[in-house]
Design a protein around this ligand. Sequence first.
Ligand SMILES: O=P(O)(O)OC[C@H]1O[C@H](O[C@H]2O[C@H](CO)[C@@H](O)[C@H](O)[C@H]2O)[C@H](O)[C@@H](O)[C@@H]1O
Length: 342
Amino acid sequence: MVAAQNVITDRKSVLSMAITVTVSAQKPPAPHGYISISRKKLLQNLEISAGARLNAWVDSMRASSPTHIKSTPSLAYDQGSWNLQHPSALEMFEQIIDASKGKQIVMFLDYDGTLSPIVEDPDRAFMSKKMRKTVRKVAKCFPTAIVSGRCRDKVYKFVKLAELYYAGSHGMDIKAPEKRSNSNRDSEPVRFQPASEFLPMIDEVYKQLVDTTKSTPGAKVENNKFCVSVHFRCVEEKKWSELAQQVRSVLKEYPKLRLTQGRKVLEIRPTIKWDKGKALEFLLESLGYANCNDFFPVYIGDDRTDEDAFKILRDRGQGFGILVSKFPRKQVHHILYKNPMR
Ligand SMILES: O=P(O)(O)OC[C@H]1O[C@H](O[C@H]2O[C@H](CO)[C@@H](O)[C@H](O)[C@H]2O)[C@H](O)[C@@H](O)[C@@H]1O
């Protein structure tokens, strides 16, 4: 089922709690706005909150599986009310076409779970010939971009269509097609890598994660150039907490990295304010649509990380976000870990 994404509730990260503490042997009066706490208590509290955080991670890891959501009453949505709030995009096809009349449609497509089926081995997530043919046809009519968490080269190897825009690494690696035949606006060739300074750090953290998680059967670490994926699709559920702990132990040495979540995958990325939503805005601007209203963006995605792009469309009141999902599901904020040790 493909459902139009009309209403999404934006929720604050459960882990974004920030308490400022001062640690002092002599207990000076606490300045306004600060909480004072002894070192022993602080350590106890940090241990408790680290434990709670870890549990929250594992809960969130469970909630990243649509089949798990379906079988868990507290996470599942009633199909009827879901359908009302999220009408099928196929049933709304005429309305979408009407809304786009007189405007240039711009297509944004997520890869995994949208163009390709979800499979156990991330290296074998091939898209069908039929899907490729369809995307090729779409790109003949409209500027079309693939926006993926994967590294750009890898997603290009799967899609194999040179006429598309590609935004890999969750939008941190953007490249325009060599020949931009489908855009009638003049603009410079696009290439944008807002996180290039993080390359050595990502490489280092990738190696550490491979090493740290190798004792967890089924865990797979994928280097996506500007971000790293730690897959737990093939890890037994009873080992998820152990894996979360391993990832945390590596991440706490890297305050400039954050953790988000996709479908049975933990995603480690730079703390820069850049995501699929920003990539969408960047691409629209590069296409020459920054200050006008004669375009109609359509973003199709299945994942929590696609919510950033849905949100941009909602906030701008432009175009349509289409969620690919077999089951009703609540929108869950996907940022798990913002800044270690805080
Ligand atoms: O933004 P996307 O194009 O959807 O990429 C998100 C992640 O997709 C891939 O992982 C997902 O698909 C795998 C293959 O079907 C599946 O095994 C895994 O459980 C899914 O999370 C990719 O491997 C990741 O690197 C991407 O970040």
